[in-house]
Design a protein around this ligand. Structure first.
Ligand SMILES: Cc1cc2nc3c(=O)[nH]c(=O)nc-3n(C[C@H](O)[C@H](O)[C@H](O)COP(=O)(O)OP(=O)(O)OC[C@H]3O[C@@H](n4cnc5c(N)ncnc54)[C@H](O)[C@@H]3O)c2cc1C
Length: 865
């Protein structure tokens, strides 16, 4: 039945994401007289299955794209009917409602079904699977029906991505969840052992029990209601609900019955144009069995196949570009991402692994055998780097791979400068170049870029990177970048600070609920890697509490979470506070003993204190204890906080000194220690105009005069060094401290995230003069409040190291891993100038394990000068 192209009728069997994408791609390209009929058996328009977890809130909208798509004259959508047969000879399909629809081209987009193993009892009412809106609705109704139960219980069979998502959803419904699986660790298809075990701990922290190496043997109704599930180890578990999440199987029955070629493990066989063994029939999405790959259970390839078929149906020559297995788990509070060759399958590839049990983090980069090209990776516990690293797969990293992992939580090198062809959104195959083009064409915010390019509209993991590219492009065009923190808060940091302060809120959840940008689909706004640490910092500045309390640990930046500074080999450095640089010989002796005992490299810092490098995470509590016993405390070298107050020796010893700079430095350092701020704050006090403390390179510089103190503000070293400027001169001790209190608190409240004082002052309308008016003339009437806030901070200060040691629960973060006390064989050292340091690449063969260093004690081979 030859027909002219422009009267062609395309029929799509199946109404899931692949069908939606096909129709969207066809209509975007232009149907040009052709017509499309989509027949889906579910009673809904095609919806976003990837975000099915949102359906736990029955109000949420999972619709894909614009509803107008289905109102077009050339598109027909039939919901709630199953295509029951395909007549290839007459080119027509029949539905279970008896409808017959002719086609010129047929596209199978029938997806997969959730498979349940043939376990006795798996078919009982109350045993669920997790694939469709109806499945979630059934589970929610089931939980709601258990009104007499204080805490309903659920047994989830399967510890893969879907099982864990189901677990997260049920936990949020107040259900006690246990996950059992035959595999030895979670998400075995995507994660290696280290990643799976780290994920297991994070899942347990959510309150989910996990049992590996067991499966169900038989499911029976329990006499008391619910089920008794006998496991393969013969134990019996009681559960009100049982959910199977053990895998999917392709819905290839239409193709099978119609005699199309079927893959050895199911699925309708297609070539690289997605054409089946019948030239008039195509298959896309999870039902398609790809050459050499089989069926793929991810949405990005489904979208790519839909684009290829749309192109072909309209006369193009597109071919399937290949599968990107990258994925990110969407479980509340837990980051898991895998990309590229995550399981290190490439011959001779090298793994760079970083594990930090305190933060619950496991990260692995798989590198080519020369250690330069990124092949893939696994990020568990902190997937901040995912969006930036994934587009780099197959490309050389600029810098040490470990640096990318250690850099998590901060800007990754060059992520705003990705090459144009790097893929930013893998779900929708959007490149950096396409995003840049959209910005150049007038998109000025993330929402605009999303609407214009589709980037970030599916799993959302690339939105942070989209924002970064947008900002870079806007900045290059000289456009002012909006001050909104990120897409989750429309307020600037200072506005949010004030809002949180006035509302008296104390948790991220409460803040995001009250001040976050409501999501269009009314699902929970969960924040991102930009706003979460910033809110943690605001809470730490406002409420004088242990920084890791009340779940704030997961919000913090890398170093804050370990209360120590992460170094490039995965060990930590420890910096005790040495106020004003003054230290007794007894304390020096203890620092020396600790350094020898734990094999730590010792260096005097630029801030007049002593940095002890090379401690393992599990050694930190013992090191802190020793230092605390000797009267020392945390120096907050890890925090965006007040760091040090550098001083010269002052009038006590120096012939030129006119004031006691050491005494003042100590007073200031003890006053402001532990104060969390938008960025680090450094102070300096010089005892005379010779300025030996280099106070004018500090955020707050104090220089003695014969009448008192001159106060300078807004200096810094670093990338763009700035000299501090004189704010006010000849102050008494008492007034000096009052003015610094006001200055620091005003900065903490009103600066932007990661803005040093110099940039903050430059941004103030009126600059330094405005500052003088506010904190000297009290033009805003807030000085008393600023002083009170500082007094509250001073009186409630506690040492974070001591607070950690005093609480077994907090200590667990440092001893969390069962094998934490085992020396890590990958940490190695070489001797240099009487100390031990990490080896450079060319020294690795000669390096000794850290354990041998410890056995060596103070006897260290001397090499070098
Ligand atoms: C909870 C969950 C979370 C997921 N998370 C992710 C993720 O984070 N990242 C990711 O990449 N992927 C994820 N996926 C997988 C992703 O949803 C699928 O890859 C995607 O839905 C495949 O689309 P599809 O259209 O091929 O198949 P499906 O989504 O299965 O849609 C097929 C549709 O066709 C219908 N149908 C079947 N047979 C017939 C017939 N004979 N007649 C009419 N209609 C029929 C089905 O009922 C269904 O509505 C997730 C899946 C689930 C269930």
């Amino acid at each position: 039945m030859p027909t002219s192209p422009n009267t062609q009728h395309i029929v799509v069997a199946g109404g899931g994401p692949a069908a939606f994408r096909l129709v969207d791609a066809l209509t975007t390209r232009g149907l040009d007289g052709r017509t499309v009929t989509v027949i889906g058996e579910e009673p809904h328009e095609p919806y976003d299955r990837v975000n099915l977890a949102r359906r736990w809130d029955p109000e949420s909208d999972l619709r894909l794209g614009d509803a107008a798509l289905w109102q077009r004259d050339d598109v027909a959508l039939i919901c709630g009917e199953r295509v029951s047969s395909v007549d290839r000879e007459d080119r027509r399909v029949r539905t279970d409602a008896g409808r017959v629809v002719d086609y010129d081209e047929l596209v199978l987009a029938t997806g997969s079904y959730a498979w349940a193993p043939p376990v006795p009892g798996a078919d009982l009412d109350g045993v669920h699977v997790y694939r469709t809106i109806a499945d979630v609705d059934r589970m929610r109704d089931h939980v709601a029906s258990l009104v007499t139960k204080k805490t309903p219980t659920a047994l989830i069979v399967g510890g893969g991505l879907l099982g864990l998502e189901a677990a997260g959803g049920l936990v949020n419904q107040g259900v006690d969840v246990r996950v059992v699986q035959l595999a030895p660790w979670l998400m075995p298809a995507q994660l290696d052992q280290g990643g799976g075990q780290a994920l297991g701990r994070l899942i347990k922290d959510l309150g989910v029990e996990v049992q590996n190496d067991v499966g169900p043997q038989v499911i029976e109704r329990a006499e008391t209601g619910g089920f008794a599930v006998t496991l393969t180890d013969d134990s019996v578990v009681a559960a009100d609900l049982v959910i199977f999440a053990v895998g999917v199987r392709p819905r290839d029955e239409l193709g099978r019955d119609a005699g199309l070629a079927i893959g050895p493990r199911g699925g309708v066989v297609v070539d690289d144009t997605c054409r089946t063994s019948d030239p008039q029939i195509w298959a896309i999405g999870e039902v398609a069995c790809l050459p050499e790959r089989g069926c793929v259970g991810l949405v990005a390839p489904a979208n790519a196949m839909a684009e290829v078929v749309a192109d072909r149906l309209l006369g193009g020559r597109g071919t399937f570009p290949g599968v990107d297995d990258s994925t990110k788990l969407k479980l509340s509070g837990i980051d898991v991402a895998v990309f590229g060759d995550a399981l290190s399958r490439a011959p001779d590839c090298l793994d760079v692994v970083y594990a930090d049990p305190a933060r619950g983090v496991y990260q692995k980069l798989v590198m080519s055998d020369d250690g330069r090209t990124l092949l893939g990776g696994i990020l568990v516990g902190d997937a901040t780097a995912y969006a930036s690293l994934r587009p780099m797969v197959g490309r050389a990293l600029s810098g040490e791979p470990a640096g990318y992992l250690a850099a998590a939580g901060t800007d990754l090198p060059g992520s705003g400068d990705l090459p144009d062809d790097a893929q930013v959104c893998s779900c929708n195959a959007v490149s950096a170049g396409t995003i840049r083009g959209a910005v150049r064409d007038g998109c000025s915010d993330v929402a605009g870029v999303k609407a214009c390019t589709r980037a970030g509209t599916q799993c959302g993991s690339c939105v942070g990177l989209v924002q970064k590219l947008l900002n870079t492009e806007l900045a290059a065009a000289g456009v002012e970048i909006p001050k909104a923190v990120c897409e989750h808060f429309a307020l600037s940091r200072s506005e949010l600070f004030e809002a949180v302060r006035i509302a008296g809120l104390t948790s991220f959840t409460a803040i995001v609920e009250r001040f976050g940008v409501p999501r269009p689909d009314r699902t929970a706004n969960r924040g991102c890697d930009i706003c979460k640490p910033m809110v943690a910092s605001i809470l730490a500045s406002l409420h004088e509490e242990y920084v890791l309390s009340d779940g704030r640990g997961t919000l913090q930046d890398t170093n804050d979470r370990a209360l120590a500074n992460l170094q490039k080999d995965g060990t930590y450095s420890v910096v005790p506070r040495i106020p004003g640089g003054e230290i007794t010989p007894a304390k020096l002796k203890v620092i020396a003993e600790v350094a020898e005992e734990f094999g730590l490299y010792t260096k005097i810092t630029g801030g007049q204190r002593i940095d002890l490098f090379g401690a393992r995470l599990d050694q930190l509590p013992d090191i802190w204890q020793r230092l605390i016993d000797a009267g020392m405390e945390s120096g907050h070298a890890y925090g965006k906080a007040v760091r040090t107050v550098k001083s010269c020796v002052g009038s006590t010893w120096c012939r030129y000194g006119v004031q006691d700079s050491v005494g003042m430095a100590i007073e200031l350092e003890l006053r402001y220690r532990g104060l969390r701020s938008p960025h680090k704050i450094k102070l300096g006090v010089s005892g005379c105009a010779r300025e030996c403390a280099e106070a004018r390179s500090k955020d707050v510089g104090v220089i003695a005069t014969d009448k008192g103190w001159n106060l300078y503000v807004g200096g810094n070293g670093g990338f763009t060094p700035r000299h501090a400027e004189l704010l006010v001169g000849d102050l008494s001790d008492e007034v000096l401290i009052k003015v610094i209190d006001r200055f620091v608190m005003y900065y903490v409240r009103t600066a932007d995230r990661l803005q040093r004082t110099a940039a903050w002052i430059a941004d103030l309308d009126g600059g330094l003069d405005h500052l003088r008016e506010v904190i000297l003339d009290d033009s805003l009437g807030i000085c008393a409040e600023l002083e009170e806030a500082m007094d509250r901070h001073v009186s409630s200060y506690t040492d974070e190291w001591a607070a950690t040691l005093a609480d077994p629960e907090r200590l667990r973060r440092f001893r969390g891993f069962v094998n934490a006390a085992e020396p890590d064989p990958t940490i190695t050292r070489v001797p240099e100038r009487g100390q031990w340091r990490p080896p450079h690449d060319h020294e690795r063969d000669a390096a000794v394990p850290q354990i041998a260093v410890l056995a060596c004690g103070p006897t260290i081979p001397v090499r070098g000068r």
